[in-house]
Design a protein around this ligand. Sequence first.
Ligand code: ARG
Length: 462
Amino acid sequence: MAKAEKSWEKRLAGEPDELTIDFVQSLSVDKRLYKYDIVASIAHAQMLADQKLITKAEFKQIKEGLIEISQEIAEGQFKFDKTYEDIHMTIEAALVAKIGEPGKKLHTGRSRNDQVATDIRLWMRDEIEILQAKITQLQKAFVKLADKYSQDVMPAYTHLQRAQPITIAMYLLSFVEQLERDFIRLKNCSRLVNISPLGSGAVAGSTLPLDRKSTAKQLGFSDITYNAIDAVADRDFCAEFIFDCALIATHLSRLAEDWIIYSSSEFGFVRIDDSYCTSSSMMPQKRNPDVLELVRAKTGSVYGSLVAMLTILKAQPLGYNRDLQEDKIPLFTASDTVKACLDMTRAVVLHTKFDTNKISAGLEDGFVDATALAEYLVRKGIAFREAHGIVGTLVAYCEQQNNKLAELTLDEFKQYCSSIEADVYENLGAANVVSKYATEGSAGFGQAKEQITYWNKQLAQR
Ligand code: ARG
């Protein structure tokens, strides 16, 4: 391919410093946008032809040339040259080299400022779908695991102290809920993403009769932007997208932390499959949950991306500044990292086993039935505050005697509260408590079953 001249060669004297070439180029990062750049260019060229700004024959040549370039890039045949700075200039230069004069008309009424904003939005639209699919896959893995453990009980923690008994299923489904919000957040984000800035030009639009709605329609955008100055400067949607990624990472890090703790010998609640553990180079007995530790740690780079994006935007003068070129690094980092973490977490979830024997063996420690006992007293007509006090005293008494609440005799109970009857025992012990949960969304057996059915149905539709 003959080396095409750079479009601003007439304006700037001499060759740029080699350092400048490396420093300003974004090609190494943005070349992955090539497909989007090409579809947007074809739509733009089609519109130029419809508006008689180029001929039909020129459009045909442009389109065919762009498709060939797209194939060359896809097949790895294309030689990237960083002196063209970015994917936009690279493709345009390749087109001119390929088809000559008509190629020089492609950039009519367009700037890289609206071009790059369009490309990112097209990329993000796809990326959101990919992320949503991965979220759904992970949700399905959780539901599958929940179904296995719908009849098993574990302690729930607050302040990492034993709190109340719950079904393992509802514990697992709590992650499905978190991920569902992530799914919805991305959906909301796509509303702001799916708007076309194409035709906004450099900052002020164009004096040419561009039909912006036609390019928007061709590219599947739901609307166009209505202020060119804002359209080329806006990266709010990038910050929002990265925030959504950051929250996914947060949720995965909470799961990772739980399971790192739960897989320790001290807990022994879960067994992470060997395929997702590593060992120690020195201590032969070790089975380390490194995969989960890395999921936890990678959250850091996603948060970093969010801070980077917000800081890039902070106090930037309107409209486009080259600062905006740096958006792609945090964007791609956040998305790539979260995609990898979603895949990895799904694999871990699908192969994790809960040690229900170990969990049950210690389940009655820690007075997890104390709250249910207080609620039993409420049903006997005692004010909750008073009931809370009575049970608190009973727990202190049990601790002295090294007893559990369920092991107290009715006489002992009656010494503390005369309203307690023989039916108290149906309300004590972790499994009894779990079977008594009555409110919607509680962590009982019935609710778990309902929720598993709900999620199976819900997720099957995606
Ligand atoms: N590579 C640039 C970016 O990613 C494209 C726009 C550059 N525009 C300019 N006038 N220098 O934002």
